[in-house]
Each structure stands twice: as structure tokens, then as C-alpha cells.
Design a protein around this ligand. Structure first.
Ligand SMILES: NC(=O)c1ccc[n+]([C@@H]2O[C@H](COP(=O)([O-])OP(=O)(O)OC[C@H]3O[C@@H](n4cnc5c(N)ncnc54)[C@H](O)[C@@H]3O)[C@@H](O)[C@H]2O)c1
Length: 315
């Protein structure tokens, strides 16, 4: 049976890449987003290619609108990405809860109403909390979740919501927890700074990254493909997975890799480590899926710079 895919937040960074890969595969895809700003999609797909995608403008907080998109388009596969990120949840906590928590409940309600048995959705390593809460090394997949931001608290709540929808209604789910996503289109959110530095460097401009520290960098295209795989492989429960994706690296390593591709890059890094553990173990993800997309950092940075350079003044 041909599936119709729903991507929520397809105007965002990971969502645009998800739409790109679905379209490359010839899948029928519907994007649900309150934004009509296609700047990220325009960097990835021509207007003709975008015509293969159905665009529905709507607000995730609107239960009826979310249910309508499932009903009208016969949605059978779901990648739920739309959310407000850390700074936006901090600036408007009520709106953050409405979009990130109620919006996710709306997706599950629509899945329940329309008999969709499994969905993929985005959480974040922000659910875990600061490094002092954990022993040194990679944080295990089942470590206690002690978020210190409202964003992390909302994501932790949605992981619990996903579990209850499995217990009560049998809707299975795969919840993926990205760390620092980078790549074309990563232009908002706290950890978008390394990608912004690549854009500036490719244009010959200096850039100051306001944080340092060790973390896991994940290429947006890889993350999007992992979401696609997670959406098309029904599970027997509601599972959360750290994305991991390679050895932890410092922001300095990221800049050094950028200089391999752009030797004249003028990127400074502040001495200000982010309050997150250095990395998260992805053993559970690797045990569950035969493919884990993890482009090596240097190759991902080189690809991103090549893409930015190709786009020229369009970015
Ligand atoms: N980018 C990262 O480093 C990262 C890290 C961890 C987790 N995540 C999670 O992955 C998901 C995708 O991240 P991203 O970087 O692509 O996000 P993004 O901010 O680039 O895009 C989010 C999209 O959601 C849409 N949206 C926001 N509120 C909405 C609403 N009320 N109704 C409909 N659409 C709405 C926005 O218009 C936007 O297009 C999010 O859930 C995010 O929390 C991202």
C-alpha cells in the first residue's frame, strides 16, 4: 500500500530535510506547519520539486485542524517535529507548553482517531539535565531525566505521553533525541551557532560562537533520514532513543574541521561550556535499527560548506 506521510514542522531545519528525502524517494508527503516561510526548502528543492509536496498551513495547538489533516489526506506515516525550541519556551512558557505538549497530544489524538498505529516524534537530549547529574562518559539511554529547562521538561513530558498512548490505546512510537544538529537550514535555536559560523565563514565574514564544550554533532540530513526510518518501522511499544551519532567532539574540533575546508575561516569560540553532558549512548538505537545515519563530522562540515557555497547569494 502506498503511504501518505505527514511531516509536522517541515518548514524547519530537520523537517525540510525530511521532506527533501521523502520527495527524493518518491513518497507522498504532507507538510503541516504554521509557517509559510519556505527559505530552507528553497535551499533544498526547486519550486517544481516542491510542487510534489502538499502544504497545509495550520497550528498544532488546534485539535480539529490536526485531525482534519489526518482525515483529508489519509495519513498513514507520521514524523512529528514541530516544536518551539529552548529560547522560545523560555520567552513564552505557556505558548511553549501549548505547542510542545498539547500539540503532541493532538498528534496522538489524531493518530488514535484515524487508526495510525505508530508514529515517530522528536524529543531532545535536553530531557536529561546538566552534566553534574551523571557519571562521566556517555549518558545511557535509560538514564533518569532531570531537565533544567522548560523545553527539556516539555520534551520529557511528551516522552511520557507517548508511553501512555501505547498503554491505553496501543499506539507505538519511536521518539528520537537529537543533540547539536548542524547543516544547511540550522539557523535558529540555541545550538545553531556552529552552523551560523559555517555560513559566515563561507561568505568570508568573521564569527564568534558564544559557547564551547564537548558535544555530539549530528548532520541535519542524517537526523531527518533517521526520523524517516523510525516512522516506517513500527515498534512494539513506545521507545525513546538517544541519537548519539559518533564520538563527542569539541566546538574547537568543529571549527578545526571547518578550517580544513575553508583555511581562511575566522571563527572564534567563547570559553563558555554548555551545561550538557558530553555525549549520549546510542546503543539502544543501534540495537533496534539496522541503519544508523552518522556522517563523520569532517565530511558533514565539508558537505555543508559546499552546499552553502553553491547557494551563493541565495543564503
Ligand atoms: N535542531 C536541533 O539541534 C534539535 C536538537 C534536539 C531536538 N530537536 C527537536 O527536533 C525537532 C525539529 O527541530 P528543528 O531544528 O527542525 O526545529 P525548527 O525550529 O527549525 O522548526 C520547527 C518548525 O515547527 C513549526 N512550528 C512551531 N510552532 C508550530 C505550531 N504551533 N504549529 C505548527 N507548526 C509549528 C515552525 O514553524 C518550524 O517550521 C523539534 O521538535 C526540536 O525540538 C532539535
Amino acid at each position: 500500500m502506498a503511504h501518505t506521510w505527514l511531516v509536522t514542522g517541515g518548514m524547519g531545519c530537520i523537517g525540510a530535510w525530511a521532506l527533501y528525502h521523502l520527495r527524493q524517494r518518491g513518497e507522498r508527503a504532507v507538510n503541516f506547519d504554521q509557517s509559510i516561510d519556505r527559505h530552507r526548502l528553497n535551499w533544498l528543492l526547486s519550486a517544481e520539486e516542491q510542487a510534489d509536496i502538499t502544504f497545509v498551513q495550520g497550528d498544532l495547538r488546534d485539535t480539529a485542524a490536526v485531525k482534519a489533516v489526518f482525515a483529508e489526506h489519509g495519513i498513514s506515516r507520521v514524523i512529528h517535529l514541530a516544536a518551539l525550541q529552548v529560547p522560545m519556551c523560555r520567552a513564552d512558557p505557556v505558548l511553549g507548553a501549548q505547542v510542545n505538549v498539547t500539540g503532541t497530544v493532538n498528534i496522538f489524538e489524531a493518530a488514535r482517531a484515524h487508526g495510525v498505529p505508530h508514529i515517530a516524534l522528536a524529543s531532545s537530549i535536553g530531557v536529561y539535565g546538566p552534566p553534574e547529574e551523571f557519571p562521566p562518559g556517555l549518558v545511557p539511554n535509560d538514564a533518569p531525566q532531570r531537565p533544567r529547562t522548560l523545553y527539556g521538561a516539555y520534551k520529557a513530558c511528551t516522552e511520557l505521553v507517548a508511553k501512555v498512548y501505547f498503554y491505553d490505546y496501543g499506539i507505538a512510537s519511536a521518539t528520537l533525541r537529537p543533540y547539536t544538529v548542524y547543516g544547511l537550514g540550522r539557523d535558529q535555536g540555541m545550538t545553531s551557532e556552529p552552523t551560523k559560523a559555517l555560513v559566515a565563514a563561507a561568505k568570508g565574514q568573521p564569527y564568534h560562537i558564544p559557547f564551547s564544550g564537548t558535544m555530539q554533532f549530528q548532520l541535519a540530513a542524517d537526523v531527518a533520514r533517521q526520523f524517516i526510518l523510525a516512522a516506517e518501522r513500527p515498534l512494539d511499544g513506545a521507545y525513546g532513543f538517544n541519537l548519539g551519532g559518533g564520538a563527542p567532539a569539541t566546538v574547537g574540533d568543529f571549527v578545526a574541521a571547518a578550517r580544513q575546508a575553508l583555511p581562511k575561516a575566522q571563527i572564534e569560540v567563547a570559553d563558555n561550556p554548555l551545561p550538557f553532558p558530553v555525549g549520549f549512548d546510542d546503543g539502544a538505537l543501534r540495537a533496534r535499527y539496522d541503519t544508523v545515519y552518522a556522517t563523520p563530522l569532517a565530511a558533514g562540515i565539508a558537505q555543508t560548506i559546499a552546499h552553502i557555497t553553491r547557494l551563493g547569494d541565495a543564503i
